[in-house]
Design a protein around this ligand. Structure first.
Ligand SMILES: Nc1nc2c(ncn2[C@@H]2O[C@H](COP(=O)(O)OP(=O)(O)OP(=O)(O)O)[C@@H](O)[C@H]2O)c(=O)[nH]1
Ligand SMILES: [Mg+2]
Length: 314
């Protein structure tokens, strides 16, 4: 049956030079796992590739803007057509390609000057991409991240630009990038994060993430006392949850699904619930001895989250 409500449309542009990794980011986001082969075979994007998803009552259109020079020239000579009415710009810089930094900064400048004139309230995220696990400790890479961040921050004081680091070898970083961007559209997300934070603190969880059925993060909180070594395990557990929910959706599994994994050092728990006919997943990581206390209180958490989700979903 067709739903009667009208979705709020949002336009998200993913821009940057050719080979920066834009199409890879969207492919990884979509697939969550087993995307390596597909990404190896990606061809440069011809002009703009459009895709859509629904996230909490918003119809999100992603514009993946092929970054080869001919296309960049085309966009900047028809700025209204391509950049008009943008709600969020995700600008991708290949952090491993130093030689192209200046060209990338120039292109960003071109786009942001347009927004400064025409659409100063646009949300902007700059992501330093190809920040792969194996290069994260390289001093030069981190220096480049800092330097580029400072250059951009100092130049565009009228925008509140958010900076991120992503890699397709770290799927959680990709999910974060897009989720963070989408949560900028509605203040209710802040309310939800307070509910999530309160639960995390009260029951001393390691992490608490709320996903929608497509695996986009609606809200999340992490215990900042987690040590580096456990942090890696924590990300592994969240990744496992992402894979499970992707499988559930792919296989149209219709029963409620809960999944408890008691592997060391922490227990990880995935709990599905519904609100206004939509599925959501709570992903919780906690210490073994808190298990019963936490599982007992999940219905309260669902109740409190659902009250806010009810307002978010049209
Ligand atoms: N090391 C590394 N390589 C990546 C990453 N993301 C993408 N790549 C590689 O970068 C290359 C270009 O990726 P694309 O996603 O096609 O780049 P694009 O920005 O869409 O390029 P255009 O469509 O021409 O604008 C591919 O060979 C990918 O395998 C990453 O996080 N790390
Ligand atoms: Mg592309």
């Amino acid at each position: 049956m067709e739903k009667k409500y009208k979705l709020i449309a949002r336009k998200v542009i993913i821009s940057g030079l050719d080979n920066a990794g834009k199409t890879s980011i969207l492919t990884a986001l979509n697939k969550k796992y087993d995307f390596e082969e597909e990404i190896q075979e990606l061809k440069p994007t011809i002009k703009v590739q459009y895709s859509r998803t629904i996230f909490l009552g918003m119809l999100i259109s992603f514009w993946d803007m092929g970054g080869q020079e001919v296309y960049r020239n085309l966009y900047v000579s028809h700025k209204d057509l391509y950049f008009g009415e943008t709600d969020l710009l995700i600008y991708v810089i290949d952090i491993q390609d130093r030689e192209k930094f200046q060209t990338s900064l120039d292109y960003l400048d071109n786009i942001l000057s347009y927004f400064q004139e025409e659409n100063p309230s646009v949300h902007v995220i700059v992501t330093f991409h190809k920040y792969d696990p194996i290069v994260r400790d390289y001093e030069e890479i981190n220096e480049d991240v800092n330097e580029l961040t400072n250059i951009i921050k100092e130049k565009y004081t009228s925008f509140k630009i958010v900076f991120q680091q992503t890699s397709i070898y770290d799927i959680v970083s990709i999910v974060h990038l897009i989720s963070y961007g989408l949560s900028m559209f509605n203040d209710k997300f802040l309310e939800l994060s307070l509910v999530i934070e309160k639960f995390l603190v009260e029951f001393d969880c390691v992490s608490l993430v709320l996903f929608d059925e497509r695996g986009i993060i609606v809200s999340e909180f992490y215990n900042n006392q987690v040590e580096a070594e456990s942090h890696v395990k924590l990300l592994e557990a969240i990744k496992e949850h992402l894979f499970i929910l992707k499988r559930i959706e792919e296989e149209s599994y219709s029963d409620y699904y809960n999944y408890l994994n008691e592997k060391n050092p922490h227990v990880s728990y995935l709990h599905q619930f519904q609100c206004k006919g939509q599925k959501f997943y709570l992903s919780i990581i906690f210490e073994e001895d808190l298990k019963f206390k936490i599982l007992d209180h999940i219905p309260d958490l669902i109740k409190n989250s659902s009250e806010i989700l009810n307002d978010l979903i049209p």
